[in-house]
Design a protein around this ligand. Structure first.
Ligand SMILES: N[C@@H](CCC(=O)N[C@@H](CS)C(=O)NCC(=O)O)C(=O)O
Length: 206
């Protein structure tokens, strides 16, 4: 299995899941501006979306979309307890979180990384991100993880996106529940392993 990633980008979420579930995997860095991989390949020729994360399965099949990738990885290793069993209400609750993070939180950041970062639209999106922080913070009150006591793929995803607060010029300290949650997850050994593999541990966060 091989993960195409960019350090600290949304591909960190499946990278964490690969480590948490104990997969043996390869990883190749992609420069999202030049679309070149670290091995010098043209990433646009590999991925028709030109976006990370992209997972290449052992049979050569490609899997894109972070939310699909993390659930696939969790389901192949049910003993890792990274996702409740398919068909249960708990699984639907997990999907409810994954979809919220993807559509409301993750994508509100995209404009902040492009040429419109200083636009009014970007400012509006920062407001949306803050509203998401309010909502998630209230839901996380008194809980260790999004689904309760069990770390799941939704936490890998939320941790990754919360790591972008500086790019949104937001001080996470204004949401103490989120700041503690982010710190708690950052200390997990497998999260550290994924971050180290991406060269993030001694670098300044985005
Ligand atoms: N819908 C995709 C979005 C992936 C995405 O936005 N990837 C970003 C990095 S966080 C990317 O590769 N952007 C480069 C580009 O679109 O040119 C998913 O959720 O996996």
């Amino acid at each position: 299995m091989k993960l195409y990633y960019n350090p600290g980008a949304c591909s960190l979420s499946p990278h964490i899941v690969l480590c948490e579930a104990g997969y043996k995997y390869d990883a190749e860095k992609v420069d999202l501006k030049t679309k070149k991989t670290e091995a010098g390949k043209d990433f646009s020729a590999i991925s028709d979306k030109g976006a990370v994360p992209l997972l290449i399965l052992d049979n050569g099949e490609q899997l894109s979309e972070g939310v699909a990738i993390v659930q696939y990885l969790a389901d192949q290793k049910p003993e890792s307890n990274l996702a409740p069993k398919n068909g249960t209400m708990e699984r639907v609750r997990l999907q409810e979180w994954l979809n919220y993070i993807a559509t409301e939180l993750h994508k509100s950041h995209s404009i902040l990384f492009g040429p419109e970062a200083k636009s009014t639209a970007a400012e509006i999106n920062v407001g949306k991100i803050k509203k998401c922080y309010d909502y998630i913070s209230a839901k996380l009150q008194g809980k260790k993880y999004l689904m309760g006591d069990q770390f799941t793929v939704a936490d890998a995803y939320l941790f990754t996106i919360l790591g972008w607060h500086k790019a949104a010029n937001i001080d996470l300290a204004s949401w103490p529940v989120l700041a503690e949650y982010h710190k708690r997850i950052s200390e997990r050994p497998k999260v550290q392993e994924a971050m180290k593999a991406e060269g993030l541990l001694n670098a300044k966060a985005a």
